[in-house]
Design a binder for this molecule. Structure first.
Ligand SMILES: C[S@@+](CC[C@H](N)C(=O)[O-])C[C@H]1O[C@@H](n2cnc3c(N)ncnc32)[C@H](O)[C@@H]1O
Length: 298
C-alpha cells in the first residue's frame, strides 16, 4: 500500500503532511482516502496529486463517514478524477467488480483470504455467512476446484456483484449466492451442510455463532473462522480472544427442530489480522468443531 505522505510531499507543507493519515487504499483504479478536517479545503489538490503520482489511479474518493449500518458501507465523495465508483480489483489471479459507494470492500484482508484458502481441503462445502462481493468465496473455490461455497449477504448490491464476480471468474457453478440474513438463510436451507463456515463480520460474529454451529455437518471435524475485535495490549490478545470464544461456545449443546446436538471444540489457530484502532485488533480464531446427535447436557 503506498504511503499517502510520500505522495503528498511537495503538495502540502511538512506540517500538513504530518497531519494526514499515513495510508490509503487502492482498489483497482480507485484510491479511497481519509482527509482530516483541517485539510478539507485542500481535498481536491490532495486528490489530484494522488492521480498524478499513483500509477493506474483514475478516481480519488474521500471517506466521509465511518463504516456503518448492516451493510458496513462507508459514504464516499469523489474529490478528483472520474466520478465512477465501480472498478475491477485483482487478487490472487481472480478479478472482482467492486462498487466503493455501495458495498463493503477492503484490500487489507488479502493475506487472510489467502491463508484461509490454503486451509481448505478437497470436496469441502463452505458457508460464507457475510460474503461482501465474494472475495473469500471465489478465491477459496478457485484454489480448490472440488469445493463449493454458499455465499450469503444481506446487501442486495453485494449479492448482484457476487453473481457477476462468480461469472467473471468462471466459478458460478460452485459459488451459490444467497440474499438474506445469514441466520435465517442457514435455518431455512443450510442446516448440517458445511465443513467450514466463515464469519468475516466482527460486529456480528458473537451473536451469529449459534447459526454457524447449526450450519456445520454432524459427525465430522469441521471448522469455523470466527472474526472478532479485541481490545488490549498485543501480548494479551491471544488470551482475551480464547476467553471470548470459550465463553460463547462453552454451552456444548443446542436444539433445533426437536433434535438435540452436542459438540466439542478446539481453537486450532489464532491470528491478528490488522490493527483497527489504538489497542484494538481484528483477530481471527480458527475453531475445530465436532458435533453429534445426543442428549443435552444439563
Ligand atoms: C465486513 S463485510 C465482508 C467482507 C468480505 N468478507 C471481504 O473479504 O471483502 C461484511 C458483510 O456482511 C454483510 N452483512 C451484514 N449483516 C449481515 C447479515 N445479518 N447476514 C448476512 N450478511 C450480512 C454486509 O452487507 C457486508 O457485505
Amino acid at each position: 500500500m503506498p504511503m499517502l505522505k510520500e505522495v503528498l510531499r511537495g503538495v502540502l507543507s511538512e506540517e500538513e503532511v504530518r497531519r494526514l493519515y499515513s495510508s490509503f487504499d487502492i482498489i483497482g483504479e480507485i484510491a479511497v482516502i481519509k482527509v482530516p478536517d483541517e485539510l478539507l479545503e485542500k481535498k481536491h489538490e490532495i486528490g489530484n496529486a494522488i492521480i498524478r503520482n499513483v500509477k493506474h489511479v483514475r478516481s480519488v474518493y474521500m471517506q466521509v463517514s465511518p463504516v456503518k449500518d448492516a451493510y458496513r458501507v462507508r459514504e464516499v465523495e469523489c474529490i478528483a478524477g472520474i466520478d465512477d465508483p465501480v472498478t475491477i480489483y485483482k487478487e490472487y489471479g481472480c478479478r472482482f467488480k467492486v462498487n466503493v459507494a455501495k458495498v463493503y470492500f477492503s484490500p487489507r484482508l488479502s493475506t487472510e483470504r489467502a491463508r484461509i484458502s490454503s486451509l481448505v481441503r478437497d470436496d469441502e462445502t463452505i458457508v460464507n455467512m457475510f460474503a461482501g462481493v465474494c472475495t473469500f468465496s471465489i478465491i477459496m473455490v478457485k484454489r480448490n476446484p472440488r469445493c463449493k461455497v454458499y455465499s450469503i449477504d444481506i446487501n442486495p448490491d453485494a449479492v448482484i456483484l457476487c453473481n457477476e464476480n462468480a461469472r467473471l471468474n468462471r466459478v458460478e457453478d460452485r459459488v451459490h449466492v444467497i440474499l438474506g440474513d445469514a441466520g435465517e438463510v442457514i435455518i431455512s436451507m443450510l442446516l448440517d451442510t458445511a465443513d467450514r463456515v466463515l464469519m468475516p463480520l466482527p460486529e456480528k460474529a458473537r451473536e451469529y455463532m449459534p447459526y454457524a454451529l447449526m450450519a456445520l455437518r454432524t459427525g465430522h471435524d469441521c471448522y469455523i473462522h470466527y472474526f472478532t475485535h479485541i481490545r488490549g495490549n498485543r501480548k494479551e490478545i491471544d488470551r482475551i480472544c480464547r476467553e471470548e470464544v470459550e465463553s460463547i461456545m462453552r454451552n456444548g449443546n443446542y436444539s433445533i427442530d426437536g433434535r438435540n446436538y452436542r459438540y466439542t471444540f478446539n481453537i486450532v489457530g489464532m491470528r491478528i489480522v490488522r490493527e483497527v484502532g489504538p489497542r484494538v485488533y481484528q483477530v481471527v480464531a480458527d475453531i475445530m468443531v465436532r458435533k453429534w446427535l445426543g442428549e443435552l447436557y444439563r
